[in-house]
Design a protein around this ligand. Sequence first.
Ligand SMILES: [Fe+2]
Length: 299
Amino acid sequence: MTLLRLAHLSDPHLTVPLDDVPASAWWNKRALSRLSWARGRRQLQQPELLAAALEDIRAHAPDHLAVTGDVTNFSLPEEFRAAARWFAELGAADRVSVIPGNHDALVPVPRAEGWAHWAPWMRGDGGEDLPWLRRRQGVALLGLSSAVPTAPGIAGGTLGSSQLGWLGQQLAALKTEGLFRIVLLHHPPADGVVSARKALTDRAAFRAVLREHGAELVLHGHSRDARFDPLPGPDGLIASFGLPSISAIPNPKDEGARWHLLEIARADVGWQVGVTVRAVDDSHRAFVNAARYTLNINS
Ligand SMILES: [Fe+2]
């Protein structure tokens, strides 16, 4: 019996008009990021493609959506407000779960001008801020933040020991509850997925928590290619899925937009997850089935 039909999408990099943004907003790391955006991403991130993705996701009527960060480009207050409007389009806050990415913490932003706008979608059932826990239909979603402001040229992330301690406790408790545990983080947890300047600094410590306490699935963004990385767990390997930007047309640096429909079900032993890969077609205007397979998870 299917417990939850979950849509996973990542790195939408919403674009907002930049003409009205005051010049002072660019006197920091944003300037470098804008330069790189103007050179490449501006042409590769397509609002029309994002709209087509939303239509495609709606047509599949998932129970829940998980957005694994990089919703903005420059962490501008205008972008945080636009992102909140976009989340509302995706669905009610109890059906849409969000974590931030490095672009959403490009520079320090006062909470009231930034993440506070996302609070309804980025908090747990108990009203807690990041890290948060949401229980939905036999599935536990654990939202982490690896988004911390870094030096210019650095796009890495860090979870930190207190968040990792929280994660270990939650994973152990949720295991005894018999829930299907999904960990959401923006940066890839496996080694060698991205360059050192873009990597999660404490990914080894994150993997050590998973190795000890287990999880049924890990979902992330940030990598510009789709990823499937097995991570060691206490009862075998844990599947870690990474998605490229949902608004990027295929190009030498980006595999191209895709999202996953994950249909989570209890099996006689363990769990089954039906994975449907929806990827942009050759017209760059619509999404088609790129793959369909089933994961058997015996934990
Ligand atoms: Fe990122």
